[in-house]
Design a protein around this ligand. Structure first.
Ligand code: SF4
Length: 268
């Protein structure tokens, strides 16, 4: 007992202070790709470099877009671009209330350089109603609707002493009847589609739905097929989309807080 106490005193506090302090991703963190401002449009790689179909447009077209909700953060587009026209950012606060907000578009100006196009207007503030009803605490039922488990591991990390999401009044519960919402990982496989719908219906209203990871946001690399319904929004009304493959724990914390109106969107 004394040994354990001494060890914990020596270790000190390991819990991060996010969101009160900025997120500190590790040095080798690979974030979402972004087009460098004023990059030459012809230096951007073609959509064919992207394994998940997250890039649209390109040579001879009036627009070029990267869908962060479909992106795997693999970095191939950055490696294939000339003169660093695409770089991997370090921003983790990329969650959005609307799916379209995850699509970053650029168009060429008169000199053929990339200019960012304005994103869609912010979503209506249903978060305010949820916040009024639920206050600052939030109990979530985790649903794995067909994930590879990477996002599930990041969700599990939220409960460890480093991220300790309970300090923010957020916790995970075993039954949807005890929950304020569902947090879903993976594309919605056809085999689990009914279970996803029924779990959602078992949550008392008002209820939040949070999609975690590229597959939950868009279907990801799995897409839509005879075996997969695609992203969670194909099945449930999603309140927050958290992109990433997988998203870091801080990114998930940000998305959860966004869903209940405790933070606002910060699309870079
Ligand atoms: S980083 Fe994203 S957009 Fe770029 S090639 Fe990989 S999956 Fe496609």
């Amino acid at each position: 007992m004394l040994t354990a106490l001494l060890r914990s005193l020596r270790t000190g506090v390991v819990t991060i202070r996010y969101p009160d302090e900025p997120a500190q991703p590790p040095e080798r963190f690979r974030g979402a790709p972004r087009v460098r401002p004023r990059a030459v449009i012809t230096a951007l790689p073609p959509p064919s470099v992207c394994p998940s179909g997250a890039i649209v447009g390109g040579a001879g077209q009036s627009r070029y877009a990267i869908d962060r909700g479909r992106c795997l953060y693999c970095g191939r587009c950055a490696e294939a671009s000339l003169d660093g026209a695409i770089e991997l950012g370090r921003q983790v606060e990329l969650s959005a209330r609307k799916r379209e907000s995850l699509v970053v578009e650029v168009a060429p100006d008169a000199e053929g350089r990339a200019v960012a196009l304005p994103g869609p207007p912010r979503g209506e503030d249903v978060a305010e109603q949820i916040r009024r009803t639920l206050g600052r605490s939030l109990q979530l039922r985790h649903l794995d609707s067909g994930s590879c488990n990477a996002c599930d591991w990041e969700l599990t990390a939220l409960l460890n002493p480093v991220y300790d999401v309970r300090r923010l009044g957020i916790d995970f519960v075993a039954s949807p009847r005890h929950a304020d919402g569902v947090i879903v990982t993976g594309p919605v496989t056809r085999n689990l589609e009914l279970a996803v719908r029924r779990t959602y219906q078992a949550v008392p209203e008002p209820r939040v739905v949070i999609a975690v990871g590229g597959c939950a946001c868009s279907g990801g690399i799995v897409g839509r097929s005879y075996a997969s319904a695609g992203g969670v929004a194909e099945v449930l009304p999603v309140d927050a989309f958290i992109p990433g493959c997988p998203p870091r724990p801080e990114a998930i914390i940000f998305g959860i807080l966004l869903a209940v109106g405790r933070v606002t969107e910060r699309q870079p």
